[in-house]
Design a protein around this ligand. Structure first.
Ligand SMILES: [Zn+2]
Length: 172
């Protein structure tokens, strides 16, 4: 899933994590993609290895735990930590539903932009050589439909966020 769809979850999470700035909530939802880009530059992930360090289920859970502990500590709030951890994990869940992304999208396997033809699953359960998963929603809908879906999600998330902000202003 693209960043717009992930951001939707971060926006919607604000009411349950009032202590955490919205910027942090948004970054938490896409941190696995940030890691993927960093790991690709560092040569840790790529053609041969796939994306186990950023998008493997095992490591995604690990990153979620790390993020949860960090946030709980920084905001001195258990719930803030739990929400941030779950946001990091939500990235994997949404990618599990939508991946692989076959259109107008960079393939970490072939290192090229590909258009249209379905790709095999690209989310490893563990590390190199482990089974790869992905329900492949974006294999079966068009790029336009996927964009509409993500924009719809974003609007819903934004509505939850704005409603929360307006209420806070009123009670302040
Ligand atoms: Zn991703």
């Amino acid at each position: 899933m693209g960043p717009i769809g992930h951001f939707a979850v971060g926006l919607a999470a604000k009411p349950v994590a009032p202590k955490v700035p919205i910027f942090v909530l948004l970054v938490a939802t896409v941190i696995l993609d940030v890691l993927a880009i960093a790991f690709a530059f560092a040569g840790i992930e790529g053609v041969k290895t796939g994306i186990p360090w950023s998008h493997g289920l095992f490591m995604s859970v690990m990153w979620s735990v790390v993020a949860a502990l960090l946030a709980a500590r920084i905001y001195r709030d258990f719930r803030a930590g739990a929400v941030v951890g779950l946001l990091v994990l939500s990235h994997w869940v949404l990618d599990f539903v939508s991946h692989p992304i076959p259109f107008s999208s960079f393939s970490w396997h072939s290192w090229q932009w590909s258009f249209g033809h379905p790709l095999p699953p690209d989310l490893p359960l563990l590390f190199g050589g482990s089974p790869k998963v992905g329900l492949g929603l974006y294999n079966s809908i068009s790029a336009v439909e996927a964009t509409a879906l993500e924009l719809g999600m974003f609007l819903l998330g934004a509505a939850v966020y704005v409603r929360y902000i307006v209420r806070e202003r009123k009670t302040a």
